[in-house]
Structures are given as structure tokens and as C-alpha cells.
Design a protein around this ligand. Structure first.
Ligand SMILES: Nc1ncnc2c1ncn2[C@@H]1O[C@H](COP(=O)(O)OP(=O)(O)OP(=O)(O)O)[C@@H](O)[C@H]1O
Length: 229
């Protein structure tokens, strides 16, 4: 075990006979951003979903916050899952189209048994405020009544509701208008500084990665070729 928040060792992901991730290893400290970059199909998203244990890896180890996850069954994983949260590329696709923004942010609290009728609504308003949205203005709206950038902020608020230590950001601004990308990235950077979050940041835009990441892991054909600072 290392001091890293996340320590991935020799990770292997297979789809049938396709080896999508081939013995990938990296570490990530609290408060750090590690970018995963590389051409389409090189295995970035497969690495992310295997780290999150959304798809169980075929081999290797994933140490998260001092626990090895690949050996745990679903029941043992359940209490650990809130601490590692994904934020996906498509802000609308991550939200239920018929559920209000307020409900979307409240859902993780309810699912995790942390909803309190007295304090829950204020907690939701607080989470929306953290991501720059106003519960009174935006809380009652449906996802299609928000902009892409605002929707992605809701996705981030939902992730924060679980009080995570790690965010796995899979192309979080790629679907957004260039004019709103910087705002969302600045928000993420502020949150990281305030909360000490670790970010595994999947991105294909090298200019953005250079600006945003502490270290960059370059993937090709399922393998990490190098990790640079
Ligand atoms: N559900 C799946 N079933 C079969 N093969 C898959 C599946 N998901 C991914 N693959 C394959 O695994 C390899 C890695 O895909 P992955 O989506 O992880 O790459 P990526 O680097 O994230 O690509 P992109 O940048 O285009 O999202 C590719 O060859 C892909 O075709």
C-alpha cells in the first residue's frame, strides 16, 4: 500500500478477446490532477470505469484510500462507492430528463440514507450554490431548461453530494461550448483546492491538459507509454 489516494497496479480490462487496458499502473495523490490522454480507443474510458469498479477489471489491483477494491464483492464496495464519483462528458445524458435539478442533487443523499427532511433542502441549495447555481432560480427547472454548462455544474453538484475524495472526470468539458469551458474548469480547480479532491481527468485536448493537470499519462493501445509532469 502507498500513501496515494489512488494506486492502480497492472490494471487489465478485456471485452471478450479484446484487451482494452493492458497492465496499466499509476498513482494519484489527494489534491492532485492526473490526466489520461491518448487517441480514440486507446483505453482511457475503460481505465476510468475499471477504477470506479463500474466494470470489473480482468486483472490488477485498484487501491483506493487504503483499500484494495478488485477483491471486494458488491456489498463490500457499496459503502466505498460514494467517495469516488464520475462526471461524464454528456451533461444532459447524466441527468434524468423529467426530474428537477433539485431532485437530481437530492437523489444521492436519499440513496445513501443521508436525506433529512429538516436539513436536506438547505443542503441541496448549498450544493447548488457551491457550483454557482441558485436553488430559487434553477432548482425547480428540468435539465433541458438549463444550458450545457449549467447542466454540467449540476452533475458536479450531484457528485459533491456524496462527499467524494476522487472525481473521475471523463471529458467533462468536451461537449460544452468553448466559451463556457473555462468557467467549469475554474470551478473544478476551486473545488479541488478547497476540498483536496483527487482528479483523474480524461481529455483529448493537450492544450487544456497542460493547463489543468499536474501530471499527464499518455496512453496508446491499452498501455501507458509515459507519465510526465
Ligand atoms: N463495451 C465494449 N465492448 C467491446 N469493446 C469495447 C467496449 N468498450 C470499449 N471497447 C473497446 O476497447 C478499446 C478501448 O476503448 P475506450 O472507450 O476505453 O477508449 P478511449 O480511449 O476512452 O476512447 P475515446 O477517446 O474514443 O472515448 C477500444 O478498442 C474499444 O473499441
Amino acid at each position: 500500500m502507498s500513501d496515494d489516494l489512488l494506486d492502480v497496479r497492472e490494471l487489465v480490462v478485456r471485452y471478450g478477446s479484446t484487451v482494452a487496458v493492458d497492465r496499466v499502473s499509476f498513482g494519484l495523490r489527494a489534491g492532485e490532477t492526473l490526466a489520461l490522454v491518448g487517441p480514440s480507443g486507446c483505453g482511457k474510458s475503460s481505465t476510468a470505469t475499471a477504477v470506479l469498479q463500474l466494470r470489473r477489471p480482468a486483472g490488477g489491483e485498484v487501491w483506493f484510500d487504503g483499500r484494495e477494491l478488485t477483491g471486494l464483492d458488491e456489498r463490500a464496495l457499496r459503502p466505498l462507492r460514494p467517495a469516488m464519483q464520475p462526471v461524464f462528458q454528456d451533461p444532459y445524458g447524466s441527468l434524468s430528463p423529467r426530474r428537477s435539478i433539485r431532485d437530481a442533487v437530492a437523489e444521492p443523499l436519499r440513496v445513501q440514507g443521508r436525506w433529512d427532511r429538516a436539513t436536506g433542502p438547505a443542503r441541496v441549495a448549498e450544493l447548488l450554490a457551491v457550483v454557482g447555481l441558485d436553488d430559487r432560480v434553477h432548482g425547480g427547472r428540468l435539465p433541458h431548461e438549463l444550458s450545457g454548462g449549467q447542466c454540467q455544474r449540476v452533475g458536479i453538484a450531484r457528485a459533491l453530494a456524496s462527499e467524494p475524495k476522487l472525481l473521475v472526470l471523463d471529458e467533462p468539458v468536451s461537449a460544452l461550448d468553448p466559451s463556457v469551458r473555462a468557467g467549469v474548469l475554474n470551478l473544478l480547480a476551486d473545488l479541488q483546492e478547497k476540498l483536496g479532491l483527487g482528479f483523474l481527468f480524461i481529455c483529448h485536448d493537450m492544450a487544456l491538459v497542460r493547463h489543468f493537470a499536474d501530471r499527464t499519462a499518455e496512453m496508446r493501445a491499452g498501455r501507458i507509454e509515459r507519465i510526465s509532469v
